[in-house]
Design a binder for this molecule. Structure first.
Ligand code: TRP
Length: 364
């Protein structure tokens, strides 16, 4: 059996550098590796509505933003099926059956759900749809028989739950679903890129993001106001690297080759770091290096975005045909699920014959 990828994002905002190092970059590499038979990338608008029920316009506006971000980083609709979750209604039906296989307390223990409940102030009254989104995520993954789910570490509890559901389902109804594996980012700094303010996570609500669609001017301004080392008061004073944003970002984005090209005095990022810790290297120089590195990466992304921004109807068409294709795949799994659960009454001639016989012989 082939290798299949399913992953996706909630359309609640434009995608940023944290998304890029945490998942988008990897997705494009996986797409181009040729190792996967099928790749499904989903815009999770139904999931976004589970905590934005009162703000459908936000979700509606951001479907296209996320699609543009996908295309701009190099996801290619000829290789990856880009689709919209609400346009694959089979996913809802699967989730409805899976809910019978999961206990309330199991979801209550999910650490990602726990933090989200706190962050959204849902403690007193949790919407049922929101509470059940981890189960719906299991449908997203299993509907496509995904073997591989490339996501950030905050999604690990969802993949774990999916595996449990798969096992329970297969045990009760017979082997039907595929157990997926999580594929995490390969380095610590890619796991969780801090915000430009040095806070643990780049996040829209904290206002500390560099977006993939930011202009060169915006990128420059954001890098120049980045949190560095508060004790590094003069160029001469020895600096600290810990929690120092420009250095964390350089670790995530810069190659030694780029360092030598943009800062010819140094042969490697390590040499830059050594100079900074020793003293004699100013934040401005480090930030300038980072701006160069980021711009080299962002320029082609921006260029592709500009191309697709001029072709919006075409982008919606890509999502529409992608959703159709995704629907076919999900429908096939749903049929197998219905068969396994023996709720396919009308296609089950043995059942019909059995019931008919029962009544003919007068036994009821
Ligand atoms: N929960 C993911 C996020 O918040 C989005 C998502 C929905 C997803 N369904 C998925 C990710 C299935 C991977 C697999 O970004």
């Amino acid at each position: 059996m082939g290798k299949i990828i399913l992953t996706g994002d909630r359309p609640t905002g434009r995608l940023h550098l944290g998304h890029y190092v945490g998942s988008l970059k990897r997705r494009v590499e996986l797409q181009n590796s040729g190792e996967f038979d099928k790749i499904f990338i989903m815009i999770a608008d139904a999931q976004a509505l589970t905590d934005n029920a009162d703000n459908p316009e936000k979700v509606r506006q951001n479907v296209i933003e996320v699609a543009l971000d996908y295309l701009s980083v190099g996801l290619d609709p000829a290789k990856s099926t880009l689709f919209v979750q609400t346009h694959v209604p089979e996913l809802c039906e699967l989730a409805f059956y899976y809910m019978n296989l999961v206990s309330v307390s199991r979801v209550q223990r999910n650490p990602t759900v726990k933090t989200e409940i706190q962050m959204r102030g849902f403690e007193k009254s949790i919407p049922m749809g929101f509470f059940s989104y981890p189960v719906s995520q299991a449908s997203d993954i299993t509907a496509f028989k995904a073997t591989t789910v490339p996501v950030g570490e905050d999604q690990a509890p969802m993949i774990e739950l999916t595996r449990e559901i798969v096992n329970r389902f297969n045990n009760i109804y017979g082997p039907t679903l595929v157990e997926p594996e999580i594929l995490l980012p390969d380095t610590q700094v890619c796991m969780r890129l801090p915000g430009t303010d040095g806070k643990a996570k780049m996040s829209k609500s904290l206002g500390n993001c560099i977006y993939l669609s930011d202009t060169p001017k915006e990128v420059k301004k954001k890098v120049n106001s980045m949190y560095t080392d508060p004790e590094h008061l003069t160029i001469e004073s020895p600096g600290h690297l810990e929690g120092n944003c420009p250095f964390i970002y350089l670790d995530a984005f810069a190659s030694d080759e780029q360092v030598t090209r943009f800062a010819p005095d140094y042969k490697s990022l390590q040499e830059v770091k050594d100079h900074y810790t020793r003293g004699g290297l100013g934040d401005g120089t480090v930030k300038k290096l980072l701006i160069n590195v980021l711009e080299e990466m962002l320029a082609p992304i921006r260029e592709r975005r500009a191309y697709w921004e001029q072709r919006i109807p075409e982008v919606y068409e890509i999502l529409r045909t992608g959703s159709e294709k995704a629907r076919e795949a999900a429908a096939e799994t749903l049929n197998q699920v219905r068969e396994a659960m023996k709720i396919n009454y009308f296609a089950d001639s043995a059942l019909i014959a059995e019931q008919a016989k029962k009544y003919k012989s007068g036994k009821s």
